[in-house]
Design a protein around this ligand. Structure first.
Ligand code: S3P
Length: 425
């Protein structure tokens, strides 16, 4: 896909619902007893994978004029799927649903696409095995996963070895099925949608966060409005900041504090980003974001904020390429376990753009000047690398080409249409 240099950005955007919140709204509605209604759900392929899995497990899910109606089966009435459950490209689907599948009275197999089949599953197999779950994985502890029935499931007190909302959520979803309390201890904060949306009790002990899922807890039916995805908004935010004479208002974006690190970092870099019209729904805050052209300066990023901005590091690297000073990203080894090895992908594309780039195990650094030629970039089949490549190209005088661009459908199938509405000559 070819992208020309753009002149400026002006206007207002409404974006689809946040992917992480959408997955959880579908999952929690499916295991609540009765009807839930979800509006502004993410329309990406990843959330479709979650919907397909729960339909295969016997949940009745319908689209009614843009609203998703989920007739939840309650915790113990899912039915045996006729074929393996397919998580597609979605790590969140595979890891969260595993916490539910170990409790079923039937066997299931969980599969995914080529990218997901390479991603690490040991991180959820270990705690779910400790709870008595019977999971057989393929050689490298990757998908496909085979779940057998187990009579001896027990609660655990689990300290997360890495900051991961997917591991935390798998353990909490498993704990939801048990007769005594399960706790998860978190040392470095990860996104908190599971505990916030379920309203779970939280304690803090020094800098540790302790989340308990109480034995008497049952998920409730709800009306969910899904705030727009801040990780999707991030591409438009960076594009607006770095384009001259530009101003953009993005409506109803999630402002959950475990996700707004991208705004904090860009503001410290000098970005003009205001949040206005704040609201709250079922524990999830959201509001409008007003962005204006700004001159950016690279900064040192604090280690503890890395999990908060982990999905935005590819687009932050693009911001860094146009900011003053060299750029350094460290403590981000988790980027290698995403839809592609994002450290390798970022380094490849920035090198293609003419920068001097050094790759390390947990990050990268770069400096130098962008070349004044058309960039030839790759998506590596990863939606966030593809959209970062598009923004990098639209800010380059000679534009650029991004190979395999269609993977944007994973999180934002309307990306090109949204761009068209806000680009001005
Ligand atoms: C997600 C958690 C994060 C994030 C992913 C979505 C979630 O992954 O990168 O895109 O919805 O729980 P980890 O849990 O592996 O950090």
């Amino acid at each position: 896909m070819h992208f020309d240099k753009i002149s400026k950005i002006k206007g207002e955007l409404k974006l689809p619902g946040d992917k992480s919140i959408s997955h959880r709204a579908v999952i929690f509605s499916s295991i609540a007893q009765g009807k839930s209604v979800i509006t502004n759900l993410s329309n990406g392929e990843d959330v479709k994978s979650t919907i397909n899995c729960f339909e295969q497990l016997g949940v009745d899910i319908k689209n009614d004029a843009g609203r998703l109606i989920v007739e939840g089966k309650g915790l113990n009435s899912l039915s045996q799927p006729k074929a393996p459950l397919d998580s597609g490209n979605s790590g969140t689907t595979a890891r969260l649903i595993s916490g539910i599948l170990i409790h079923q009275k039937f066997r299931t197999t969980l599969i995914g696409d080529d990218s997901l089949s390479l991603r690490p599953m040991k991180r959820i197999i270990t705690p779910l095995n400790l709870m008595g779950g019977k999971i057989e994985a393929s050689g490298n502890l990757t998908l496909p996963l085979k779940f057998s029935t187990s009579e001896n499931l027990v609660p655990i007190n689990y300290e997360l070895p890495i900051a991961s909302a997917q591991i935390k959520s798998a353990v909490l979803l498993s704990g939801l099925h048990l007769n005594s309390d399960t706790t998860v201890v978190e040392n470095i904060p990860s996104r908190n949608h599971t505990e916030a949306m379920l309203g779970l009790p939280i304690k803090t002990d020094n800098s540790k966060k302790i989340i308990t899922i109480n034995s008497s807890f049952t998920p409730q039916v709800k009306e969910y409005f899904i705030p727009s995805d801040i990780s999707t908004a991030a591409f438009f935010i960076v594009l607006t900041l770095l384009s001259k004479n530009s101003e953009l208002l993005i409506k109803n974006v999630t402002l959950n504090h475990t996700r707004t690190g991208i705004l904090e970092v860009l503001r410290i870099m000098g970005g003009s980003i205001e949040t206005v019209a704040l609201h709250d729904a079922y524990g999830e805050p959201y509001g409008d974001i007003l962005i204006k052209s700004s001159r950016l300066q690279n900064i040192k990023i604090d280690k503890n904020i890395v999990p908060n901005i982990i999905d935005e590091i590819p687009i932050l690297a693009v911001a860094g390429a146009f900011a003053d000073g060299g750029s350094l990203t460290e403590h981000a080894a988790e980027l290698r376990a995403k839809e592609t090895d994002r450290i390798k992908a970022i380094c490849y594309n920035l090198t293609q753009a003419g920068l001097r780039v050094d790759e390390f195990e947990d990050g990268f650094k770069f400096s130098g000047k962008l070349k004044n030629k058309k960039f030839g970039l790759k998506s590596f089949g990863d939606h966030r690398i593809a959209m970062s490549g598009a923004v990098l190209s639209m800010l380059n005088n000679s534009g650029g080409e991004v190979e395999d661009f269609e993977c944007v459908n994973i999180s934002n199938p309307q990306f090109l249409k949204q761009l068209k509405n806000i680009i001005r000559s």
